[in-house]
Write a new protein. Structure first.
Length: 319
């Protein structure tokens, strides 16, 4: 009896203090979580407009999906939803956003009931290679414009021609295809539907140098030309697909990144994609240096390839 009374008093004290129980999923989650995330976002980017959704709580841990939106229309801007991490302490809910120094350690400590290992790998902050790469052009047809928004690591979301147009994607640099999938018709939405994997994105990865693997992500279903298969050599300027919103995406766009490593594959709920890279590198495009590829419209100079016997030059690329 004494033990039952002590347990009851401990639970009652936790309720009075506002502390969530450990090891239990809370439905609905504590309303204070959304308030704390909103406060953190205001400190992070006071002039931006944010959508907060999909908050889930497990004991003293919680996550919430955040995405930028147009302050005038309220429409979600093209990109991937980010995940804010929340942890309860005596003073209330503390928040870590992806560019927070605490984010990596909190991500590893968060319970798998909230974030599965493959999702943690996708969210894990990437290392940045020390030197920028060159020899790339913007990945859409010459003369057209696209909106660029960089991530907290060397990657950029590109909206070709602007919403609601679905723009053509062109190879930014010549190379050999190491992965291609455009069979997915799954758009996970915002917030991503429960159990909808990031691996549902249609992706093509092209090896453009010995340590340069170029990702083009979120392609529209069945938009990669059928002649382009794993092993195919693709010249810069070749049309390789159409931007879309498969997988984790807030609106149609292309997620572009150059990774220094590649391995295959990560699978979840029947969807497979290359393992998320650990290191990416900034790109100084022929048209603009990396420092200018953010929060602005860009004009491409990516012309169609000239017909050459590229097989003569292919061995030189990977020496």
């Amino acid at each position: 009896m004494r033990r039952l009374i002590l347990v009851f008093l401990a639970m009652w004290g936790a309720l009075l203090s506002g502390a969530p129980p450990s090891g239990a999923t809370s439905t609905p989650p504590d309303p204070a979580i959304a308030q704390a995330i909103a406060h953190a976002l205001r400190r992070h980017a006071p002039d931006a407009s944010w959508a907060i959704a999909g908050i889930r709580q497990y004991g003293k841990w919680a996550i919430g999906f955040v995405a930028r939106r147009d302050p005038g229309t309220g429409r979600l801007l093209p990109g991937e939803p980010e995940v804010a991490l929340a942890r309860y302490s005596a003073g209330g809910w503390d928040i870590a956003l992806p560019d927070d120094p605490l984010y990596a350690s909190w991500l590893e400590a968060a319970p798998e009931a909230l974030l599965a290992p493959d999702v943690k790998a996708y969210l894990r902050p990437q290392r940045q290679a020390p030197a920028n790469v060159v020899g790339y052009r913007l990945p859409w047809p010459n003369g057209q414009q696209g909106w660029a928004a960089q991530h907290t690591y060397p990657a950029v979301d590109l909206d070709v021609l602007g919403w609601p147009t679905l723009g053509t994607v062109r190879a930014a640099k010549s190379g050999q295809v190491v992965f291609r999938n455009d069979a997915s018709t799954v758009a996970c939405g915002y917030p991503p539907a429960s159990g909808c994997p990031w691996q549902a994105a249609n992706i093509i990865v092209i090896r453009s140098a010995s340590n340069e693997y170029v990702w083009y992500m979120h392609l529209t279903p069945h938009s990669i030309p059928t002649w382009i298969q794993v092993g195919t050599w693709v010249e810069r300027g070749t049309d390789i697909g159409v931007e879309g919103e498969t997988g984790w995406a807030t609106a149609p766009h292309i997620h572009f990144q150059v990774a220094t490593n590649y391995s295959c594959c990560s699978c979840s709920n029947g969807a497979c994609a290359p393992n998320w890279p650990t290191t990416t590198v900034a790109v100084d495009f022929d048209e603009y240096p990396w420092s200018q590829v953010n929060q602005r419209w860009l004009v491409s100079q990516n012309t169609p390839p000239v017909a050459l016997d590229h097989w003569l030059f292919m061995p030189l690329l990977f020496r």
